[in-house]
Design a binder for this molecule. Sequence first.
Ligand code: CTP
Length: 407
Amino acid sequence: MSHILLIIGGGIAAYKSLDLIRQLSKAGHEVTPVMTKSAGEFVTPLSVSALAGRKVHEALFDLTAEAEMGHIQLSRVADLLVVAPATADMMARMAQGRASDLASTLLLATDTPVMIAPAMNVRMWEHPATQRNLATLKGDGIMVVGPEEGEMACGEYGPGRMSEPAAILAAIERALRPDQGPLSGRHVLVTSGPTHEPIDPVRYIANRSSGAQGTAIAEALLRLGARVTFVTGPASAAPPMGADVVKVETAAEMLAAVEAALPADAAIFAAAVADWRVETAQARKIKKQAGALPGLSLAENPDILARVAGMAVGRPELVVGFAAETDEVVSHATAKRARKGCDWILANDVSPETGIMGGTENAVTLITGEGAEDWPRMSKSAVADRLAQRLAEALGAGDGTASGGRI
Ligand code: CTP
């Protein structure tokens, strides 16, 4: 059981903090709640203390509290300080090291690890000032969970929604046990889902990938303690809780996100990247003209897997690709492994009669430098667990010094 000091900031997302307290308590953690003055505009101290089963701390100068426990002491007895929601103003004050109320004073007066779950309007989140503060806070070693992209209370759409309580709980549990799992301290990059290549503002080229296998792989890696960056195209599967999720649309955006996420110890390319894009996407909807078909001129997309596998400097120790084939699966996949320069390739038969693409099961053959290994048909999450386990063994065996070629 751990002791969490939960600072609730003043934002509409504060209502989710009530659920976070409930989930933390259910998971066996002790929660000491602190509310900023404006948090009280969104949730009542009564509901917070009822859920936490403890008194809420609100004021910097509270004589009773000082007599019981000084505010400095309050932040020191905790194993982790969590700010949820962390508003733009709270982030700014933290970045500046201000001590203008109880919450900011506690955050300044502690050397206990701190995690924030930002929540704010999308423009506020994207503002250079907030991004500057975010960079400062990350530089100070503060852990950040979210925000997620989605519809906002103000009606706008974009990044700024506070992560769901379950995702914050998962991040808290990982932070409390940083040394658990064979992949702890390892960073693994996973690409997932399809890409959408625009033809015009309403049409695009895509494929049937649901993102289910990539999501399952990320979840399996997280269970083994890895830090996971999950770069996903527009997939129907919900992104894995606890990963650093980067949402993209096109192959070009996916490549840029992958490059930005490196370095990584391993990279798994589960995305079904569109091989081609329309050379010049039209800015306006193409109108139908009697008898005349629009001539779409295609251009080849960058091969993200081949780019990363071929990196002369900073190549992940283990690069894993997938090979979606409909015939001569193993021979095509073996050739693909050599052509793309990756260490492992997981080959799967995506013929419609297998029901694999978009389905819940998968039947793969793992092709390594040593040869081909057939895995029985199993759920995508079982494939993911087996792959994650193998990856942990391979990275462990190399003690962080193995080159891609040795694996
Ligand atoms: N891949 C990639 N970037 C691309 C195309 C594919 O990163 N532009 C990755 C996929 O994520 C997968 C692997 O390459 O891990 C193989 O994808 P697949 O579609 O099977 O191979 P292709 O290169 O597209 O070859 P083909 O379509 O001719 O079979």
